[in-house]
Write a protein that binds this ligand. Structure first.
Ligand SMILES: *Cc1c(COP(=O)(O)O)cnc(C)c1O
Length: 226
């Protein structure tokens, strides 16, 4: 039951899809970030045709999606939050894509788990483009080396890069930097852009945008923990 003053999830999705691709051509992949929202809200988005969902906590993803996945085998679940090495086994079992590969210890654990299970999840390497001390991601100047280590030494399926620009800065230079690092490493996918800046991200070549509150509404805890 949708309040008439509030935009429905279906309307919000349609609006975003139109904005990111006015002509309907080569749109960026829209990942609906459902953290803090219920399985019912996700079901509403599924009914509107949405298939890619993002969660930033492993536990929350494990709890919310089993029945939805059983009913919709084509759902794709993206882990977009920090991944602790002791949660790698659960993350690999319950998610389809990892956006937050950011350090050697995690790369090692993922490589082991992929080998053990045969489930090789596409990975994005998170780059801390703003070099913020409290934020996850490898430093921009270490990105080339880390990308090479992940791909060559560990054989991880690295498909692209991901960033979360500092909240108080213009996002454009961060998107441009991420695109530049991806280009020189021959990586095709760019996971960047959230509710407040996804249109800018698309201008800078985003292939995957991660949008939460513009679809589901406001949350009662902050978008990015820590
Ligand atoms: C919460 C979150 C998003 C979505 O944020 P909104 O501002 O609600 O669109 C995107 N990326 C990450 C990593 C997040 O944690």
């Amino acid at each position: 039951m949708t309040d008439t003053h509030q935009k429905s999830i279906a309307d919000a999705l349609a609006e975003i899809r139109k904005k990111i691709s006015p002509t309907g051509k080569n749109p960026a992949n829209l990942i609906a970030v459902a953290k803090t929202f219920s399985a019912e809200a996700v079901a509403e988005a599924i009914a509107a045709g949405q298939r890619h969902f993002g969660e930033n906590r492993v536990q929350e993803g494990m709890a919310k999606y089993p029945a939805l996945r059983a009913a919709h085998p084509d759902l794709v679940l993206h882990l977009i939050g920090p991944l602790q090495t002791n949660k790698v086994r659960q993350a690999v079992a319950h998610f389809d894509v990892i956006h937050t590969l950011d350090r050697a210890s995690l790369a090692e654990e993922l490589a082991k788990e992929f080998a053990k299970t045969g489930r090789r999840l596409p990975c994005y390497i998170q780059v801390n483009t703003g070099e913020e001390p409290q934020k996850a991601g490898c430093a921009p100047q270490e990105a080339d080396g880390f990308i090479a280590e992940c791909r060559n030494r560990l054989g991880l399926p690295v498909v692209g890069l991901m960033c979360i620009p500092p909240a108080d800065e213009e996002p454009a230079p961060h998107f441009a930097l991420l695109a530049k690092i991806a280009r020189r490493n021959g990586l095709e996918r760019l996971s960047m852009g959230m509710s407040g800046d996804y249109e800018t991200a698309v201008e800078f070549g985003a292939t995957d945008i991660r949008v939460g509150s513009a679809i589901f509404g406001g949350r009662s805890y902050p978008a990015i923990p820590g």
